[in-house]
Design a protein. Sequence first.
Length: 269
Amino acid sequence: MPQHTYNYDDLLAIQEIIRTAASHSLAIYYACSTADYKTDGSIVTEADLAMQQALTVALAGRYPDVRMLGEEDNEDEQNRVIQDKRDYWCLDPVDGTTNFHATVPLFSVSLGLISKGEIVLGIVYDPNRDECFGAVRQQGFWINGDRVVRPNQPDKLERCIAFIDFKRLNDAMSTSLVQDTPYKSQRNIGTCALEWAWLAAGRVNLLLHGRERIWDYTAGVLLTEEAGGRCETFDAEPIFKQTLIPRSVIAASTPELFELWATRVRSSI
């Protein structure tokens, strides 16, 4: 059976599936969730499990041949999906679970679609602002289905806002960036996927993270690339890789800023 060719119509349909699932699975647990701790120290709530289940069922109804790799699956199942040759979804049902559990309104749903070893579709949904950031490979970037005119982007690092997760950088890199700050201002909002989405939209200009998992970055990488940005690992490799091993991230909203940012970051490794 030939593989499906994904397009803007798929993007719109999947966005509505995510919105519908979020309106039920997230809304009912907001401000009343309980949390269990996973082996890596992160938390999982009823909302994570309910959202993953709802999307797994709804997406299978429309795309029965596409498998699901969900953050809340066990590692053996995740590896089986990655090693399969079929198309698969890569889902973080609640990115920013700690924020969600604490009722901080900064969390998102991240869904990527991998076909023939590359990301072909990506969506990050912010339910608090009802914003769907979406991209289809070689077809463009949209917010709520509309083409985006990004704000003018800076041409110098000292005029940039940077998303940096210092917790996951080594001491030498953190110290270098703090003592000799190359950017205008720094943020960290506790949801990798939403940081990627805002970077793609041009609301921030730089991104740096020491270790993101495949469900953290998959949708965001495509959003950034389709919006005109650029990203690599610390070692100048493509970020997306079909592995559960965390990947480092250097990203910027334009290729010109990326060259400046990557040079500065790598000088402190």
